[in-house]
Ligand binder design. Structure first.
Ligand code: 5GP
Ligand code: ZN
Length: 112
């Protein structure tokens, strides 16, 4: 498996861990777009949100809960944003499902 995030999960590529449990792993984005920029990924390889079938509903919910838990741990009491870029039009550059947690500054809307 040549997937970048699978290698990060396996520890073959170093990362700064933020949160981990049996289902997911979260680490600091190497190119942060906000004071807090964390990526939350499932331990199992799923290429994108569009590839997460019916049987992944609980896992998807768990990852969303983990993102909120990290936001609480980071003290983002003024709010934050969760983003799941999907496919080419969504701007997805790494083909392993990931949630972006962005916070620590006021975020513009709509995105570019
Ligand atoms: P996407 O564009 O697919 O939604 O997000 C991919 C994210 O992965 C980008 O924000 C990018 O900065 C981050 N990223 C890419 N390569 C690495 C890496 O080797 N380590 C870490 N920590 N983040 C990475
Ligand atoms: Zn992967």
């Amino acid at each position: 498996m040549s997937c970048l995030f699978c290698k990060i999960i396996e520890g073959k590529i170093p990362s700064t861990a933020v949160f981990q449990d049996e289902l997911g792993y979260a680490f600091a984005d190497v190119n942060p777009q906000a004071p807090v920029h964390v990526l939350i990924v499932p331990r199992e390889h799923i290429s994108s949100l569009n590839d997460a079938g019916t049987e992944k509903q609980a896992l998807l919910g768990h990852l969303l809960w983990a993102a909120a838990e990290i936001a609480r741990q980071k003290g983002l009491t003024n709010g934050y944003r969760i983003v799941v870029n999907t496919g080419d039009d969504g701007g997805q550059s790494v083909e392993h499902l990931h949630l972006h947690l962005l916070g620590g500054r006021s975020l513009a809307w709509p995105p570019g």
